[in-house]
Each structure stands twice: as structure tokens, then as C-alpha cells.
Design a protein. Sequence first.
Length: 156
Amino acid sequence: MERTNQVDGSCPVCGYGMVISRLSCSNCGSALVGSFALAERPTPGGDRSGEARFGRLARLDSTQLEFVEVFLRCRGIIKNVEDMLGISYPTVKARLANVLETMGVGPEEDLPVADRRRMRREILADLAAGRISTDEALQILANDATADADKSWPIK
């Protein structure tokens, strides 16, 4: 029996959609020759294009995907990634930054979590400098979501 390879219908050279020129039955050997297109199988999510199926991972080249696989297998522990790939810490960080950039993920400062951390640091700095009282700091921290929506921080 012939080996069957899975394909996604995209040309590996230019990325354009490919057509099927020969279909054959592995049981009886009969074949159809011509120009055929695969009928899309309906999926719960709808669109089966690369980005729709694989999200931002579809943007990565094979080297980046291999790095992501190793990174995930190592559970994100950079020391293990270093050992597995035989590369240095700065190289791991650079490759990770490259993968994130390719996927369209901005630097950590752009993430909402980083904004909340930065806001908390500013609150603590204002408290330490005496610009706000302990009660005011506690109130601002307790209303963190409201403070984010209000955009009135920092208090002057």
C-alpha cells in the first residue's frame, strides 16, 4: 500500500491554492485524471484556511514552529530550552521575541497585565513619597478595574 501524505491544499513554494490532478482508489486501483478541487468538509468553526485553523501559529515558518514545539515541551523553562537546543539564554529570548513578533504579539508592556502591574507600582511609589495616604492606596487598589476604566490615574 502506498504511503498517504496529508496536505493542506496550499502550494509549498508560493502559497497559492493547489488543484488535484489525479485521484486513485487504494482498494481497486481505479483512477481519475483531470483537474479537481477538494470539497471543504464543514467544521464547527467554519473557515478552514491556515490562519483560521491554526490562528497566529500559521504565520510561523518551520524553524519558528520547531522552536515553539521545544519551548512547549520544556514547559517554557528557558534553561531546559537552552539545554535541549544547545543555545544560550539570550538566543532563546531572541528567538522567543522573534516568534512573538511574527505572531503579531507586542512587547510585554502592551499587555493589560503589565499595565496593572505598572499602575500598582505607581500607586506604591506615590504612597512611599507621601503623595497619597494608605487609605487612598487601598481604595485605588480595591477598585483596580474601575481605575483602569476611569483612566484618571495617576492622581495629581
